[in-house]
Design a protein around this ligand. Structure first.
Ligand SMILES: [Zn+2]
Length: 324
């Protein structure tokens, strides 16, 4: 077995001594040193890595911070869009649609609910799953509401285009001259029937006036019925105004239009009389909307001020007996 020699200064004896090692000792010594180096080196690298980000880590952290800030910016943007949209919807329902006398846009069309497949399945399993799926849901909601709002505006534009025609067609004046508002003999509601002598619902308004008084079409339209009868309405006319409106003028002494004739508001269509089931010369006037009789008193907005309207309603209310 060969031996390795090594000189070493001994401070106690002050002599240089020669120490000899076996190969085994030498290999063991080397391995131990290598072991230490590896251990210290590895732990230094690990500690360093733990304490300090690598350049790649730093880039990724910056990237994540950037994305998080973008997510919260988008959330704020959506908040803003939703509040603008809320405002547009309120204005649409409360102003635009009201101006044209139509109902608010139906809620079920504005917000039909999501339903169907799980839209967020692909987003599951990440740290930011909740944030992103919230965003996705809210963006989808805004999209739906925008589409609904756009359709609602299409309807409003259509209403605006036909607005003038509609305004001219709605039966919006009184059917006889009534400057002092004294002509109203009986209004809408339960009245004592002059012939049958019982309480009956009076589906119109009676205007007392001398025979021969002019009767006016209350809105633009087409005469759809001119009839002569010895009972009921007597000589009467029905005008169709479009947009769901129809008016009826009864107990006339004379009709001055023919079936199919176009008339405009204020045009004379006949004269007051006492024909049919009637006890005195008067005009019985009815307004129908979408096939249902409605109170004509609500439709005189074109020729009455609010104060006059109030008087008219009072006069119509105090009369307990209709002329039918
Ligand atoms: Zn009547």
């Amino acid at each position: 077995m060969s031996r390795f020699k090594k000189s070493k200064f001994n401070p106690e004896t002050l002599q240089i001594e020669v120490i000899s090692y076996s190969v085994k000792d030498y290999v063991w010594w080397s391995l131990r040193n290598i072991g230490w180096i590896v251990l210290v080196g590895t732990s230094s690298i690990l500690l360093f890595d733990f304490a300090f980000d690598s350049p790649k880590d730093r880039v990724q952290s910056r990237e994540i911070a950037f994305l998080e800030s973008q997510i919260s910016r988008l959330e704020n943007d959506i908040d803003e869009m939703v509040s603008v949209l809320d405002n547009i919807e309120v204005r649409d329902d409360a102003i635009y649609r009201t101006i044209f006398g139509t109902d608010p846009y139906p809620e079920y069309r504005r917000n039909p609910g999501i339903g169907g497949a799980d839209r967020n399945r692909a987003l599951r399993g990440y740290d930011h799953t909740d944030d992103i799926s919230d965003l996705t849901v809210r963006v989808a909601e805004v999209q739906r509401r925008l589409v609904a709002q756009s359709r609602s505006f299409d309807e409003v534009i259509e209403l605006a285009n036909t607005h003038e025609e509609r305004l001219n067609s709605i039966p919006a004046i009184q059917p006889v001259r009534n400057y002092d508002l004294k002509r109203v003999a009986s209004g809408w509601g339960n009245r004592f029937h002059p012939i049958y002598k019982v309480m009956k619902f009076h589906y119109g308004m009676d205007f007392s006036a001398p025979t021969g008084t002019e009767i006016f079409a209350t809105g633009d339209g087409v005469v759809v019925k001119v009839r002569r009868s010895y009972t009921g309405y007597g000589r009467h006319i029905v005008i169709q105004h479009g947009f769901g409106y129809e008016t009826l003028y009864a107990h006339m002494s004379k009709t001055l239009v023919v079936k199919g004739q176009k008339v405009i508001r204020g045009e004379t269509i006949g004269l007051v009389g006492n024909t049919g089931t009637s006890v005195a010369p008067h005009l019985h006037y009815e307004v129908s909307k979408d096939g249902k009789k409605v109170n004509p008193a609500h439709y005189y907005f074109n020729d009455l001020t609010p104060a006059q309207y109030e008087i008219l309603l009072q006069n119509a209310e105090v009369a307990h007996q209709s002329f039918d």
